[in-house]
Design a protein around this ligand. Structure first.
Ligand SMILES: [Ca+2]
Ligand SMILES: [Ca+2]
Ligand SMILES: [Ca+2]
Ligand SMILES: [Ca+2]
Length: 136
């Protein structure tokens, strides 16, 4: 009698546990990106952390050291499309200020709850992925 009444509860717990277990690999993948950017280790990334990574990424992408990113240097990250989006002075290249402004606008687009930080779930949205593309 006692065992029989406990059985439905056990099944309910098992049913809850299964989708949770399935969701784990995806969130672990999000956390990998976070751990790359999250220098203060609080589990989320803020704009300051993102801009530090973006600044280092800009320097790494900048192969010819002329201070700007051209379509060739942005290959694989959107190329000309990114330049069209982030080039307010229309000189056909992106300088570091323009790159960081683009990163900031993508950060804000990826932060719909406006708490100033991005968590793993926000990084998995299309806007979050667009931001990560500028950082990896
Ligand atoms: Ca952080
Ligand atoms: Ca360059
Ligand atoms: Ca420019
Ligand atoms: Ca947020």
């Amino acid at each position: 009698m006692l065992n029989r009444s406990k059985l439905p509860l056990f099944l309910a717990i098992a049913a809850l546990a299964v989708p949770f277990a399935v969701a784990t690999p995806a969130s672990a993948k999000g956390n990998k990106i976070i751990s790359m950017i999250d220098t203060d280790n609080d589990g989320t990334i803020d704009l300051k952390e993102v801009q530090a990574v973006a600044s280092a990424k800009f320097d790494a992408l900048e192969g010819d050291k002329d201070g700007t990113l051209d379509a060739k240097e942005l290959k694989g990250r959107g190329g000309k499309k990114v330049i069209a989006e982030a080039d307010p002075d229309k000189d056909g290249t992106i300088d570091k200020k323009e790159y960081l402004a683009l990163v900031e606008s993508r950060f804000k687009a990826a932060d719909p709850d406006n708490d100033g930080t991005l968590d793993a779930a926000e990084l998995k949205t299309p806007a979050g992925k667009a931001l990560v593309k500028l950082l990896k």
